[in-house]
Design a protein around this ligand. Structure first.
Ligand SMILES: CC(C)(COP(=O)(O)OP(=O)(O)OC[C@H]1O[C@@H](n2cnc3c(N)ncnc32)[C@H](O)[C@@H]1OP(=O)(O)O)[C@@H](O)C(=O)NCCC(=O)NCCS
Length: 192
C-alpha cells in the first residue's frame, strides 16, 4: 500500500545515510555496478564532504539502495550522481522513493534545477526519470570516453522551506521473484 510519501508494509525505510551505513552502501554499489562501482574511500569521503546529500533505502537486515544528489556551490543547480537499488529488491518502489526524497531534499536546499547523466540504453532509469518530469536536454557523445555517450536529463524542482518529512517508507516484504530489472548502469559511468 502506498500513501503520500510512504509505501507501507514492505519493511523498507528511506532515510538519511549515516557513517555506519557505508560498508553496506559500498556492497550495494558493487552489487549494482560491479567493476564500475565507486571505491569505498571515495564514497566515504564524499559522505564526509556532503553528509546531507545521501539517502539510503534500508531493511532491518541491511541496505537495499541509495541515492546521492549534490548541489552546486551556489546551490542553483544540482546533479543526481548516484541512484542504485539492489537487483533483489527492484520494482518495489525503492528507486521511485529515493528519487522523490532526493528531489525533496534538494528543494529544501533552494536548488532550482537538477540534472543527471544516464546511459542511452538504460531504459529502466530513463523511464523512472521521465516519470519525475526529467526531459532530455543533451546527448553528450563520448562523455566518459570513446563510445561512452551519455544523455543529460534535467528538470526544475519545487523549493521547500524545510523537508516535507523525514523519509520513512515501509515497502512490503521483498519479492525476489519480481526482481527482473536488467539495468546495471550508473548515472555517471558506463553500465553493462
Ligand atoms: C533504475 C533503478 C534505480 C530503479 O529502481 P527500482 O527500485 O527498481 O525502481 P521502482 O520500483 O521505484 O520503479 C519505478 C519506475 O521506474 C520504471 N522502471 C523501473 N525498472 C524498470 C524496468 N526494468 N523496465 C522498465 N521500467 C522500469 C517504471 O516506470 C517503474 O514504475 P512501475 O514499477 O510502477 O512500472 C534500478 O533499476 C537500478 O538500480 N538500476 C541500476 C542502476 C541505475 O541504472 N541507476 C540509475 C543510473 S542513472
Amino acid at each position: 500500500m502506498r500513501t503520500d510519501n510512504t509505501i507501507v508494509g514492505h519493511d523498507i525505510c528511506v532515510r538519511p545515510a549515516q557513517p555506519a551505513d557505508f560498508e553496506q552502501l559500498h556492497a550495494v554499489d558493487v552489487r549494482v555496478f560491479g567493476r564500475l562501482a565507486y571505491p569505498y574511500f571515495t564514497l566515504r569521503q564524499l559522505f564526509d564532504a556532503f553528509p546531507e546529500c545521501w539517502l539510503v533505502a534500508a531493511r532491518p537486515s541491511g541496505l537495499v539502495g541509495y541515492s546521492l544528489g549534490m548541489p552546486s556551490t551556489d546551490r542553483s543547480h544540482a546533479w543526481l550522481f548516484g541512484l542504485a537499488v539492489d537487483p533483489r529488491y527492484r520494482r518495489l518502489g525503492c528507486g521511485r522513493l529515493l528519487t522523490k526524497e532526493t528531489l525533496n531534499l534538494l528543494g529544501t536546499m533552494r536548488v532550482e534545477n537538477v540534472s543527471l547523466t544516464v546511459e542511452p540504453a538504460n531504459e529502466p532509469a530513463i523511464g523512472l526519470y521521465r516519470e519525475f518530469g526529467f526531459s532530455m536536454t543533451e546527448h553528450r557523445q563520448d562523455y566518459f570516453g570513446p563510445g561512452e555517450d551519455r544523455l543529460v536529463m534535467t528538470r526544475r524542482i519545487q523549493q521547500h522551506t524545510r523537508p516535507s518529512r523525514q523519509p520513512a517508507s515501509m515497502i512490503p516484504s521483498p519479492r525476489p521473484d519480481l526482481a527482473h530489472d536488467r539495468g546495471r548502469s550508473r548515472c555517471d559511468v558506463s553500465g553493462e
